[in-house]
Design a protein around this ligand. Structure first.
Ligand SMILES: *Cc1c(COP(=O)(O)O)cnc(C)c1O
Length: 356
């Protein structure tokens, strides 16, 4: 295992004093993790250094061809002052799955996790403590070879930056309005839909922008071939409660395999509920809504954890779900997942990792 060099800042920034105004992704902590890859040397020189701009050649390959991957995870402060990560091994495994798809050299997962734990430990005073707040962690890898030409890079940077983030729902769980996109598509089987890489988000901007103009929060994507089957929502996976069956689209290569999705499925099954990972068409959802069988719908993702969906618009169908209120299963899942993450409930699944 390589040693991580630590250089502490001489100019610590003032920490935000009003934790109700943190927002999401605007404030960065004092330090960052960085490690280089150079062909022949492998990943080397891991270090925690003061947060700063980095210098890149204007020809750096990530800027031109999008050879880039990232992760999103959080560190939580419990009421007793402990610091917890939630299933960080899963993020590292997914990062390597993304690396593999983008021809990026694999990282040592347990070393990368220990580097993240070290960084969180250095930044522990930046982890907010108000209800629902956390430290968002953004690991990412970029190709930096100064070369205009499409080839896998030989020189890369792995970095981790941290943002203290506010409660997603300061006034309690609020159902969102979702726009079902039938024109643009996000990903197709054989593409990169199952990995966290910038190009997928670049592809989503146009639809997201148009949905926002019509006052919808996010887009629900349909499959890229028939525009019939449900994929996922913006940056969340999606679940529908139809009578006593909880349905989420099966992972078939075009959907991001969310860690919140996986955890929600495991919790629902532990409650003895019927969970199906299968194909589900928007037609089926619309019919279930019309006949009164669609009880709840919700999204899952690290940022919001559980995001109830109160309103879906698909072409000229408007579906109001549970009268626009949060459903019982959505609320119970939210309470359970956040209970484990913030250390309010016993971690019977052994999902959290304490950072010392
Ligand atoms: C990150 C992400 C998710 C959710 O994954 P989690 O691991 O639960 O945070 C879902 N869909 C997309 C497109 C994502 O980028």
């Amino acid at each position: 295992m390589q040693d991580i060099r630590i250089e502490l800042t001489q100019n610590p920034k003032p920490k935000p004093t009003d934790e109700s105004k943190l927002g999401f992704g605007n404030i960065f902590t004092d330090h960052m993790f960085i490690m280089n890859y150079d062909e022949g040397q492998g990943w080397h020189d891991p270090r925690i250094v003061p947060f700063s701009d980095i210098s890149l050649s204007p020809a750096a390959m990530c800027l031109h061809y999008g050879q880039e991957v990232f992760e999103g995870m959080k560190a939580y402060r419990t009421a007793e002052g402990k610091i917890l990560l939630f299933r960080p091994d899963r993020n590292m495994a997914r990062l390597n799955m993304s690396n593999n798809r983008l021809c990026i050299p694999l990282i040592d997962e347990s070393f990368a996790q220990s580097a993240i734990e070290k960084l969180v430990s250095v930044e522990k005073d930046w982890i907010p403590s108000a209800e629902g707040t956390s430290l968002y962690l953004r690991p990412f890898i970029i190709a930096v070879d100064p070369h205009v030409g499409v080839h896998p890079a030989k020189h890369l940077l792995f970095m981790v930056i941290c943002c203290p983030v506010g409660a997603y729902y300061p006034e309690g769980l609020n159902p969102v309005k979702i726009y079902v996109e039938s024109n643009y598509v996000r990903a197709v089987h054989g593409g990169m839909g199952y990995v966290k890489t910038g190009g997928n988000y670049a592809a989503s901007l146009k639809a997201q922008d148009e949905a926002e103009k019509q006052s919808y929060t996010q887009v629900l994507w349909l499959d890229g071939i028939e525009r019939k089957y449900i994929e996922e929502v913006g940056t969340m996976n999606v679940f529908f409660v139809i009578d006593d069956e909880i349905v989420t689209p099966a992972l078939q290569g075009s959907i991001l395999p969310g860690i919140t999705r996986m955890s929600a499925i495991e919790i629902l099954k532990s409650w003895g509920m019927k969970v199906s990972e299968r194909r589900i068409s928007i037609q089926e959802v619309a019919e279930a809504a019309k006949s009164g069988h669609l009880k709840e719908a919700f999204g899952t993702g690290t940022a919001a954890v559980i995001s109830p969906i109160g309103h879906l618009k698909w072409e000229d169908h408007i579906m109001l779900i549970n009268d626009g209120n949060i459903g019982e299963i959505s609320q119970r899942l939210y309470d359970t997942l956040t209970g484990i993450q913030w250390g309010k409930l016993p971690d019977t699944m052994d999902w959290t990792v304490e950072v010392k």
